[in-house]
Write a protein that binds this ligand. Sequence first.
Ligand SMILES: Cc1cc2nc3c(=O)[nH]c(=O)nc-3n(C[C@H](O)[C@H](O)[C@H](O)COP(=O)(O)OP(=O)(O)OC[C@H]3O[C@@H](n4cnc5c(N)ncnc54)[C@H](O)[C@@H]3O)c2cc1C
Length: 209
Amino acid sequence: MRSYTIREQRPEPEEFDVDFALHGAETAAATAGGPASRWAARARPGDRLTVLAPAVEDNGGVDFRPPAGTDWILITGDETALPAIAGILSWLSPGTRAKVWIEVAHEDDRQQLPTFADADITWIVRDEAAAAHRESVLDALRAAELPEGTPYAWVAGEAGTVKAVRRHLVRERGIDRRAVKFTGYWRRGATEEDLIAELTAGTAASEED
Ligand SMILES: Cc1cc2nc3c(=O)[nH]c(=O)nc-3n(C[C@H](O)[C@H](O)[C@H](O)COP(=O)(O)OP(=O)(O)OC[C@H]3O[C@@H](n4cnc5c(N)ncnc54)[C@H](O)[C@@H]3O)c2cc1C
């Protein structure tokens, strides 16, 4: 079982879209990715999947919840978070100020992200051809001038990057830690089973305390 974002859902006919980032698929060893990436790389019309998904629109999986009094939105993520970022941007109220940094593997991974928000979107391309200009989300964020007022930050993507971005926002930018929603969507060198096992162990440990 692997976690994915429902990018869009339609009632008639009943359909939803999932965007899979195909890690490992472009290397000679197409098996380098995990089961989800491998499945998506070979998927053909008619293939079947078992899906566990929420049945109501406002559900526990919706973790973008800026509190009242938020002046502007800060978002960072990679290609795995792109479907969620697209959803967030399409949902923001007209004129909401948003600063967004998205790291993707290739130039072609850039997408149109329709929004009514006043969104300033920075794309960071990891493309090898652009290696000379390589800049991580964290470097870009460090160099950025942030708006005045009270922010709400939503941070997702590779767990190590997410942790570093959160630390920067809280420690160096002085953003209230309760206003930073952060989620490791995957971790370099760890499968999703590994991550869930860690989370479960963490929960068990805190229940024992
Ligand atoms: C709430 C949530 C929503 C998510 N939504 C999406 C989504 O909409 N689209 C999407 O593509 N992903 C999404 N992800 C991330 C996705 O679940 C992980 O990338 C997942 O690990 C992929 O499963 P796998 O079977 O391909 O690889 P796994 O078996 O989990 O891992 C195998 C190896 O691949 C590496 N790996 C895993 N993911 C990546 C990656 N993206 N890039 C490079 N190496 C990787 C791991 O570190 C590991 O070494 C989401 C995760 C969460 C928690």
